[in-house]
Design a binder for this molecule. Structure first.
Ligand code: AMP
Length: 281
């Protein structure tokens, strides 16, 4: 496995792989690699000839006061995980490589970003789209893999690709969970043992919502109230940021659940901001 820190270096390697006739795959990450990333890398390994994993903690997707500085960084373990997963090359640029001058250009998807996390983290999804667009221009992948845990991100990236005619296929893999149901996340490391014990109740609440919808399709507001009640009762230190029942494609709030929906939530628990979702129907 090779490691490249420069855009010129990664372009040279990818150019060679492409001239040899191979398809190029990209798994974009911010490092601190865990089982969720490993699933994306395994899918990537099976789905292309030359697999690029990018590791870049992207400053432009963190808001003021967010955890950019504190975000876990585990470079040695990450390279071992990429090697294990069979990546051909890791692209790990520094901030100066990705943003040598103050960027004056932003890729911004409207509407889809005005709800859920986008509404609570202004500029976050613009930062994501901009860095993903840059990575697509650098790597020129035929396919790229994303996780369903960041559901809104996957919808927004898909839309950016469609609107801007990026010649890349976006593949979304299901959320990987701990045995107790908690969605695996680099930010779970921020939880105290007691918070970690309560955190699986977020997914338990979503599962209960899923069962309600499957059994009797109640109004969306009943679902929101039930999820809120469950979390308020069982995640005592949790501060609910949002609980929404939305259309899987437009991400608009829905009133009824007799149709496919996504139930999504964000909860602050101590130093961690946890997100999760289930797609029903
Ligand atoms: P991150 O490093 O957190 O920016 O995530 C990189 C990619 O991994 C994104 O496409 C995430 O959606 C995906 N990802 C993060 N956590 C999980 C998980 N638990 N299951 C599946 N994919 C995940």
């Amino acid at each position: 496995m090779d490691v490249e820190n420069t855009i010129e270096g990664i372009r040279n390697r990818i150019g060679k792989a492409r001239r040899a006739g191979g398809t190029i795959g990209l798994v974009p990450t911010m490092g601190a690699l865990h089982a969720g990333h490993r699933t994306l890398m395994a899918a990537g390994r099976a789905g292309c000839d030359y697999l690029v994993v990018s590791i870049f903690v992207n400053p432009t997707q963190f808001g003021p006061g967010e955890d950019y500085q504190a975000y876990p960084r585990t470079p040695a373990e990450d390279l071992a995980a990429c090697e294990d997963a069979g990546a051909d090359v890791v692209f790990a640029p520094g901030v100066g490589q990705m943003y040598p001058t103050e960027p004056l250009t932003t890729v911004s998807v409207s509407k889809l970003t005005e709800t859920l996390c986008g509404r609570r983290r202004p500029g976050h999804l613009d930062g994501v789209c901009t860095v993903v667009a840059k990575l697509f221009n650098i790597v020129e992948p035929d396919r790229a893999w994303f996780g369903a845990k960041d559901y809104q991100q996957s919808v927004v990236v898909r839309r950016m690709v469609r609107d801007l005619n990026f010649p890349v296929e976006i593949v979304v893999e299901p959320t990987v969970r701990e045995p107790d149901g908690l969605a695996v996340s680099s930010r779970n490391a921020y939880l105290t043992p007691e918070q970690r014990r309560q955190a699986p109740e977020l997914y338990a609440a979503l599962r209960a919502a899923e069962n309600m919808i499957t059994e009797r399709q109640p109004p969306a507001e009943e679902i929101v109230a039930a999820v809120r009640g469950h979390i308020s009762g069982k995640v005592v230190e949790g501060e609910i940021e949002y609980i929404q029942v939305v259309d899987p494609e437009t991400l608009e709030d829905v009133e009824t659940t007799d149709r496919p929906v996504v139930v999504a939530l964000a909860v602050r628990l101590g130093k961690a901001r946890l997100i999760d979702n289930v797609r029903v129907g």
